[in-house]
Design a protein around this ligand. Structure first.
Ligand code: SF4
Length: 371
């Protein structure tokens, strides 16, 4: 597995514990996502959460717009293995129900739930149960006076977050995580940068309403990536108009690209007139199957011998194309020639034989039973 020669120094934040998963301090940058089902549909929500967890999601948030949703949280929690976050927004009663149902974190802005005694009640219960609160400020829903004073600027977002923080601090509550989301990337970056100078609560990074799979991935990679590269950010949510599992794949790739997490890396060439195999198809198939591997590995897919051996030398496994065939490399050395049609299957057979711990249990079992 290749190691990045340059290490990112991360900003030190307070550490918060969300149902056994630490965020901030020296904890790794955590990946989270959100379900798209109605939370009250327990079976579907649990099913989505299990898929997310299998893909690498470390914390999951569910929307609670109705009492029925909030009352479903306990049943969901009892059937999942990762911490559960209730997205409350305004209704203090739903927040109290969520806490009674055993959630691990609340997403709620204390300044938005009305009378102070409501906040006092929530904070007392959250403190008793050691449940952190994420303050989530959004460029699209800033307070009127801040809009008039600053407009929808990074200063307004940070000022708004600080108001909510002060409410919690006055109640002696410090298990706080903060997000400051904007749908445009430069203000999003600047908001988090400013916030990182004002307080040391862990930051939850994200570009809100970033768009569909391709556009959203790019916007998130630039916004989240630029901040992480500056050492800012403790947990990330890649928001996409796509299946939630896609968010996890992109989040993992962002962390891997910056050397903040080890994962499976497929190095592939763009192909050109020298290639005599279908590099797009080969690389696509390898990427799809490699995403399911459980251990960090580097796999190279190169169209011809021009760069193939060089890249393969740096990789754990590799394929280099020839005329209607290809060479499989293992640990940088030529291993065997295989016909183009069988190249990907044979590559993964080699991975299964040499790195069985990297192969998902299902594949190992089905292969064993077939044998
Ligand atoms: S590795 Fe070969 S096929 Fe791929 S881009 Fe380079 S020269 Fe072209």
């Amino acid at each position: 597995m290749r190691e990045s020669a340059v290490k990112i120094e991360r900003r030190k934040t307070r550490q918060v514990n969300v149902g056994g998963v630490t965020i901030g301090g020296d904890a790794p940058v955590r990946i989270q996502s959100m379900t798209t089902s109605h939370t009250r549909d327990v079976a579907q929500t649990v099913d989505q959460i299990q898929q997310l967890a299998e893909a690498g999601c470390e914390l999951v948030r569910v929307a609670c717009p109705t009492e029925e949703d909030a009352r479903a949280l306990g049943r969901i929690k009892s059937r999942i293995t990762i911490p559960l976050i209730a997205d409350i927004h305004f209704n203090h009663r739903f927040a109290l129900i969520a806490l009674d149902e055993g959630v691990d974190k609340l997403r709620l802005n204390p300044g938005n739930i009305g009378k102070k005694e409501r906040t006092v009640e929530i904070v007392r219960k959250a403190k008793e149960r050691k449940v952190p609160i994420r303050i989530g400020v959004n460029g699209g829903s800033l307070e009127e006076d801040l809009m008039q004073k600053f407009g929808p600027t990074p200063e307004a977002l940070v000022e708004s977050a600080q108001r909510h923080i002060r409410i919690l601090e006055e109640l002696d509550f410090y298990d706080i995580i903060v997000s400051l989301k904007a749908s445009d990337v430069p203000p999003m970056i600047e908001s988090y940068r400013l916030a990182s100078q004002k307080f040391d609560y862990p930051l939850h990074l994200g570009v809100t309403e970033a768009g569909t799979l391709q556009r959203g991935s790019i916007y998130n990679a630039i916004g989240i990536g630029a901040l992480l590269h500056q050492g800012i950010g403790d947990t990330i949510r890649v928001s996409l108009t796509a299946e939630s599992v896609e968010e996890i794949k992109v989040a993992k790739m962002i962390l891997e690209a910056l050397g903040l997490r080890k994962g499976v890396r497929v190095v592939s060439c763009p192909s050109c007139g020298r290639a005599e195999v279908d590099v797009f198809k080969l690389a696509g198939e390898v990427e799809d199957r490699a995403m399911k591997l459980k251990e960090p590995l580097t796999i190279s897919v190169l169209g011809c011998v021009v760069n193939g051996p060089g890249e393969a030398h740096e990789s754990d496994f590799g394929i280099t194309g020839g005329k209607d065939k290809g060479m499989i490399y293992i640990d940088g050395k030529q291993h065997r020639v295989v016909g183009e049609k069988e190249l990907v299957d044979q590559l993964f057979e080699e991975i299964k034989t040499r790195r069985p711990e990297a192969v998902p249990d299902k594949e190992t079992t089905s292969s064993n039973s077939a044998a």
